[in-house]
Write a protein that binds this ligand. Sequence first.
Ligand SMILES: Nc1ncnc2c1ncn2[C@@H]1O[C@H](COP(=O)(O)OP(=O)(O)OP(=O)(O)O)[C@@H](O)[C@H]1O
Ligand SMILES: C[C@@](O)(CCO)CC(=O)[O-]
Length: 332
Amino acid sequence: MNSITVSCPGKVILFGEHSVVYNRLAIVSSLSRRTTCKVSGSEKQTSLCLPLFEKTYTVPTEILFQSLNELEQNKDYSEPLIKVLLVILQSVVSKNEFTNLKIEINSTIPIGSGLGSSASFCVSLAASLLIFFQKIDPIENKFTHEQLEKINTIAYKGENIFHGSSSGIDNTISTFVKFILLGYQKKLKNKNGIQRKTKEKVGRVRELYNQYQDIMTHIFDAMEQITVQFISEFTTKQLNTETSPLDKANQLCRICHDLLCSIDVSHPKLDPIVKIGQKFGMHLKITGAGGGGCVYGFLLPNVDYSELEQELKNANLKYFRSKLGGEGVKIL
Ligand SMILES: Nc1ncnc2c1ncn2[C@@H]1O[C@H](COP(=O)(O)OP(=O)(O)OP(=O)(O)O)[C@@H](O)[C@H]1O
Ligand SMILES: C[C@@](O)(CCO)CC(=O)[O-]
């Protein structure tokens, strides 16, 4: 095979971040923003090209097949990205079968902003390597459920390197989803000791949980109720209600954001953005691990958001509109 290119989406956690780690229901959607990975054969050493970082890593084969412990000792290659490459590559192919590669990964997902850039990195890499080394053979460019399971399992190993520990929702969404996934939870496992923002926030919430278990239990239950209410708004017939499901979703965003603030996963820099939204009736909510990153809100029909957008621009804040529910991983 000369080359293969796949793409997969980022994600937005609508409701249930952090509480999902404690087995509460979450609701997550894929985004229309995506990551692409192109893998081609190379005469030279294996390279990982990351145009977004304007960086190319060249990695000798003997390094690619080292254990993580061995790699840890080697300062030149101990970055999380190289560890992720190693773990995913070694899950796909043995050293005997390996041939040098050029891997290029690009994305329209803002990196490190709670929109699943790391999971989409792992999913696109796992899928393209599995196809390149003929470990899976999608018929007419369509993956079977079993093939998707394989991609997801391998991607999860990489996501655990980025996050230290992960519920698995981000890679699952990025692999499978056409629309939304309800209530998903895997057991926490595999701590690799890598310091990441998401890992720090999840760890901070764990400390709070250990200290104030009764209070935190109620907060997580409340978060789950928000997920449940949101789902019921969009799945039950509306009987004589004056408020539309989207208006209710807007209110639920406010309640959920305040609950997330109460467990200390917000950031002072998010406050002015939330205030601008409030001024125009849009309740913005943290999405993902928090501690920075993105807030999101629902666009209500027949509302002109141009003034809100202008205020965001004036305050030098970045924003974008996105559709929910892009396709999962696909071959281009
Ligand atoms: N296209 C890309 N090019 C290079 N590195 C990437 C790319 N996408 C993701 N990464 C890696 O993923 C890291 C971001 O992972 P992190 O988990 O902090 O953020 P996120 O996945 O965007 O947020 P969250 O997991 O909370 O949704 C970056 O620091 C970088 O190492
Ligand atoms: C904060 C968290 O709930 C979402 C991170 O995108 C952690 C996880 O589920 O792995």
